[in-house]
Design a protein around this ligand. Structure first.
Ligand code: TGC
Ligand code: FAD
Length: 392
């Protein structure tokens, strides 16, 4: 892997829209990625291992619970700072951003928003510091895009709940200390449960042979008559809106994160285009290569504007789920297209681990699938503008 020479593009001077705090938070995350992620990430991805060494640093830069109040160990930042942190981390690797997204928006957020005070005090500070790691179990083998059909269930046994079922494709599962598990009660209503590693009947086998997100650990959650204490139920939310509310926050983070991956591909291709000589000229002098670069920076700029505006709406409590879906869908597609074009600009070198582009490209195949597929987000926009449900 070459030295990390990344320079962030800001074609429309969007830095003028950021506060000093936003810039400081971004600088800390960017510097950490250059120092701690870039030197090790290619090797971790090639070996398909989760780099445990990053956990402490993610906590230090505030990536675990950026917007969770400081009283619970979070960083107490606004939504634009949260987005900028996700952008910088995904500039390094989508799998690393995944680890942070899950911890913040899919584990800390539901405990903060749907849990009681005891649960907040018990778990949030340790999750913010990385002492505890969490995962989020919604998807099942037979229920991916349609999580409402889930069959994982718990029965009220008087002094405890008995949990049965299975989840799959769960980020962080193989090493997580706790899992936020979405399951149906005796009445078929969805609730969240905090399941802890070590509970009898709970196992988390790792999913191997991934060509994407190789530096992120993915696994299953298997519940075979797991006795869950009643005080581990998240009491303040029921129904599919519970997990979907968490997804709103995580999808928002992805809308920013994907810009980071795209910026890294663009920056790498731009630098290469000035160094690589063919037919006696830098390839960046050929119009076909300029077209690719010009279109990349245009799309990045549009995505930056969309993410920034969504951040403002989120800070004001006005962002809708449909707006978040549009931004996630647009920005991930933008990033994957840029990764493909940038990869071609590097010719044969583009397929090697000497450059980050192929890794970003493969990672983005997961990003365009998880947290709602590209199709699902299009249908959410379609339903929002027509009022007609195109899902069923
Ligand atoms: P539907 O009938 O539309 O809604 C059921 C209830 O949920 C409410 N709701 C929402 N609430 C909050 N936020 C949202 N975005 C919401 N969308 C819907 C809705 O108001 C309703 O509430 P209530 O009170 O009336 O019951 O549900 P549906 O069954 O028709 O499904 C809708 C659909 C398809 C949009 C939804 O299920 C969906 O988004 N499917 C995609 C599944 C998905 O995104 N899975 C992600 C799994 S987690 C993951 O991928 C993590 S990867 C992490 C990483 O590594 O970074
Ligand atoms: P399916 O739902 O089977 O979809 C297959 C295809 O059908 C897709 O193209 C889809 O768009 C299309 N489709 C489905 N329904 C419709 C429809 N109504 N109209 C048109 N087309 C439709 N889940 C978690 O709960 N927690 C996690 O931490 C997590 N991490 C993940 C990490 C990775 C690396 C990956 C790959 C996935 C992860 N997921 C996680 C699961 C992810 O959210 C699901 O893969 C995703 O929601 C899609 O579900 P599925 O794979 O079952 O695809």
């Amino acid at each position: 892997m070459k030295p990390d020479l990344f320079e962030s593009p800001d074609y429309f001077g969007l830095d003028d829209l950021l506060t000093e705090e936003h810039k400081l938070v971004r600088a800390a995350a960017r510097e950490w990625v250059k120092r701690e992620v870039s030197p090790i990430i290619e090797d971790a991805a090639q070996k398909a291992t989760f780099p445990q060494s990053i956990v402490h640093g993610l906590a230090e830069i505030g990536a675990f619970g950026p917007y969770i109040p400081e009283t619970y160990g979070g960083a107490g930042l606004d939504q634009i700072s949260y987005g900028l942190i996700m952008q910088e981390i995904e500039r390094g690797d989508s799998g690393v951003r995944s680890t942070a997204s899950v911890q913040s928006s899919l584990v800390m957020y539901p405990i903060y928003a749907y849990g009681n005070e005891d649960q907040r005090q018990k778990y949030l500070p340790k999750l913010a510091s990385g002492e505890l790691m969490g995962c989020f179990g919604l998807t099942e083998p037979d229920h991916g895009s349609n999580p409402g059909g889930m069959t994982t269930n718990y029965k009220d046994m008087g002094d405890h709940f008995l949990l049965n079922g299975a989840k799959m494709w769960i980020s962080n599962a193989p090493f997580a200390d706790i899992a936020i598990v979405w399951a149906k009660n005796d009445e078929g209503r969805i609730h969240g449960l905090i399941v802890e590693r070590g509970m009898e009947g709970f196992s988390t086998p790792e999913t191997h042979n991934k060509w994407s997100l190789r530096a992120s650990a993915t696994g299953e959650l298997i519940f075979d008559n797991v006795k869950v204490p009643k005080h581990n139920l998240l009491p303040n939310k029921s129904g599919l809106g519970g997990p979907l509310g968490c997804l709103d926050s995580a999808r928002y983070g992805i809308a920013w994160g994907a810009i980071g991956a795209a910026m890294d591909c663009y920056d790498t291709a731009l630098r290469y285009s000035k160094e690589r000589i063919q037919f006696g000229k830098p390839i960046g002098q050929f119009q076909l290569q300029q077209k690719k670069l010009a279109e990349m920076i245009t799309e990045i700029t549009k995505a930056q504007l969309m993410a920034w505006r969504l951040g403002v709406l989120k800070n004001e409590g006005r962002a809708t789920s449909a707006q978040i879906s549009m931004a996630k869908r647009n920005n991930v597609e933008m990033a994957i297209n840029i990764a493909r074009e940038a990869r071609q600009m590097l010719g044969g070198m583009g397929i090697t681990g000497d450059y980050p582009i192929m890794r970003h490209m493969m990672n983005l195949e997961s990003v365009i699938t998880y947290e709602g597929t590209h199709d699902i987000h299009l249908l959410i926009t379609g339903m929002d503008i027509t009022g007609l449900n195109g899902f069923k």
